[in-house]
Design a binder for this molecule. Structure first.
Ligand SMILES: [Ca+2]
Length: 397
């Protein structure tokens, strides 16, 4: 979506009334002169507006090449040499690792940058990660079902929460369930997410939008309604682990430096949507211009240069780092940080009692009106026991 532009010049208000009968010379010449002057004014106004639009377009173009702009804080990514250590495990691709610039610019000046400055993703700083294997896609319902069938695992959302876990909750609220996105029936202010999120008894990975929903026919959709512990349990069963935040960002950048999106610097190359995000009026009406209102099956959009699908959009992905807003400030003081695993403990000043891990990649609910955290280098966060129908995960090893 282009940046807001001034309205087109108002049509001039030339007098269209019929001239009086029997005009004299003055009656003809004077309106003609006025007409010429007004046309000139209108032309000047139109020229000025074209100048403003061109300046904005140029500003947008500069902002869409952060990795190559001379003032860019991003330095080139230096991938490790040498190939993978062996044949690829099923469904995984090799991420070579190396040194890269981690974090994101303040996206507000960019086209579709949204309203959030995202200060927790700065300063941009140098990080090194070792090479690793990564799941090509988010973990699917079919894969998670195989894990549950093999282990009898019961997810957090399927268990009845205890008074010990939630001492402030009234007993009647201690029912198994999870959080579900609900479109509003009209436009609403975007300062209160409880307008579009509800706690739904009976919602779980088997019933992502509540008891009346199911995953029947959705085997290739990403599993959702999983807590951090659920993701960790799956990863261990699969002989894998969750990625660190730095690994996720190295992977999503695909060897490129400072590019805004997983696919480059243009939100819609050739007019094509490249990820499952949200178009329309959030949170009232998702127009599905990208082909999907709500969740999409995995791998419906082209992969990034490493062969990874959906590192942007569709579902948020749990990574293993605790969330703190000042992690990058601390890391930037240490020179190139090697294989960072995040802080020792969580802290979110907005909800200091909640223990949160980092989410990465954004979801089908990301929109320039509210959340642009599908952009490379941006960060999300979630309380560890809380699933929702837009949070999933993928594994590494
Ligand atoms: Ca969509």
């Amino acid at each position: 979506m282009p940046a807001p532009t001034p309205p087109d010049p108002a049509p001039d208000d030339r007098n269209e009334a019929a001239p009086p009968a029997g005009p004299g010379l003055g009656a003809v010449v004077i309106p003609a002169v006025i007409c010429v002057i007004m046309l000139a004014v209108a032309a000047l106004a139109a020229w000025k507006i074209r100048q403003i639009k061109a300046a904005r377009a140029n500003a947008g173009a500069a902002a869409t090449t952060p990795g190559t702009h001379p003032d860019s804080p991003f330095a080139p990514t230096l991938e490790n040499r040498g190939g993978p250590p062996g044949p690829a495990p099923d469904g995984m691709v090799w991420i070579p690792g190396g040194e890269f610039s981690m974090g994101c610019d303040d996206p507000r000046s960019s086209v579709c940058g949204g309203p959030d400055a995202m200060p927790d993703a700065r300063p941009i700083h140098r990080v090194y990660v070792d090479g690793f294997w990564m799941d090509r896609t988010e973990v699917t319902n079919s894969q998670f079902a195989a894990f549950v069938a093999a282990t009898g695992y019961v997810t957090t959302a399927e268990r009845v929460p205890t008074q010990e876990e939630f001492p402030d909750a009234p007993p009647e609220n201690l029912v198994a369930g999870s959080t579900v996105f609900t479109p509003t029936d009209q436009e609403v202010p975007l300062n209160d997410h409880f307008r579009w999120w509800r706690y739904e008894p009976g919602a779980s990975w088997r019933h992502p939008e509540g008891p009346s929903s199911s995953i029947e026919g959705r085997g290739q959709f990403p599993v959702v309604q999983v807590s951090y512990d659920d993701a960790l349990a799956f990863a261990r069963w699969a002989g894998k682990r969750l990625p660190t935040e730095a690994e996720f960002e190295f992977a999503e950048r695909g060897g490129k430096a400072g590019e805004r999106y997983a696919w480059g610097n243009d939100l819609q190359p050739g007019g094509r949507w490249m990820a499952n995000i949200y178009q329309g009026t959030f949170p009232m009406k998702d127009t599905a211009a990208d082909g999907f209102a709500g969740l999409a099956p995995v791998a419906q959009f082209p992969p990034n240069p490493y062969g990874l699908h959906d590192t942007a959009g569709n579902v948020w992905e749990w990574v293993s780092d605790w969330y703190r807003p000042d992690t990058y400030v601390l890391h930037a003081k240490l020179g190139t940080v090697r294989n960072p695993k995040g802080p020792d403990s969580p802290f979110d000043p907005a909800e200091p009692k909640e223990a949160k891990r980092v989410h990465r990649g954004g979801s089908f609910l990301c929109t320039d009106q509210y959340c642009t955290r599908y952009m490379n280098g941006t960060r999300g966060k979630g309380e560890v026991s809380t699933g929702s129908n837009h949070v999933g995960f993928r594994c590494v090893k």
